[in-house]
Design a binder for this molecule. Structure first.
Ligand code: ZN
Length: 231
């Protein structure tokens, strides 16, 4: 089950770090060494994401994938999450936040995205339910930030890396040269403003949405005041 990340870990990153910036010193990694999966399943999911996601969101999703491979390699070398499972999770984690999908449902974007992703993974994997459940669970919980309770390893890695790209947290887990290389490969296209717009758009359509648990104005402020130098 560790290939799908179904191992419970504390959701609180401090429980992993014990006051330190990292578990192991991060190493500078070339984008070429962070291999994108080339299986038929990975290709189908990548094609779907390319078609459905606006370019800034697609590039953000690819950055989150590459950061995660680098962080897992340096910080959690024994976790053994399948790169294909993490790739599907990253590419689909914001699928519920496209303009079309925000308007398609009353559900919060993470929940609707989880459902879309679960259906797609079942379809392209010939009904691998553990794969589909792993992706769905991680997507639904990816903005469930907190300090109490557990999450899957897959969900934890997705939280660490989305917050790294959006809010500039967790930079101690990854070498700055790796951040620069990933952002050169998949440019930001003013991502923070795009993401702040997505937060506003969802709130306008669904003022009950799950993102409000983070405080809409506070979370948007955290995104827009992110000072990390990505490129
Ligand atoms: Zn995201």
């Amino acid at each position: 089950m560790s290939k799908y990340g179904f191992v419970a870990v504390p959701i609180d990153s401090e429980a992993h770090l014990n006051g330190k910036k990292h578990i192991n010193p991060p190493t500078a990694q070339h984008v070429d060494s962070l291999a994108i999966p080339t299986s038929e399943v990975a290709k189908k999911i990548q094609e779907y994401a390319k078609e459905e996601l606006p370019l800034p969101t697609y590039n953000h999703s690819m950055r989150v994938f590459l950061y995660g491979l680098a962080i897992a390699r340096d910080q959690f070398p024994d976790w053994n999450i399948s790169p294909e499972v993490y790739f599907a999770t990253c590419l689909l984690h914001d699928i519920g936040a496209t303009p079309k999908n925000i308007e398609a449902t009353k559900l919060s974007f993470e929940f609707y995205g989880g459902i879309i992703a679960r259906d797609l993974v079942l379809e392209v994997t010939d009904s691998d339910q553990d794969f589909a459940d792993a992706v769905c669970e991680a997507i639904i919980r990816h903005q469930d930030l907190g300090t109490v309770g557990n999450i899957t390893r897959l969900g934890f890695l997705l939280q660490l890396t989305t917050i790294l790209d959006n809010v500039g947290k967790n930079t101690g887990l990854i070498h700055h040269d790796t951040i620069l290389a990933v952002n050169a490969a998949y440019p930001r296209h003013d991502w923070l403003k795009c993401f702040a717009h997505v937060i506003d758009s969802e709130y306008a359509h669904k003022p009950w949405a799950h993102t409000t648990a983070l405080g809409v104005e506070q979370f948007k402020g955290d995104v827009l005041s992110n000072q990390v130098k990505y490129d």
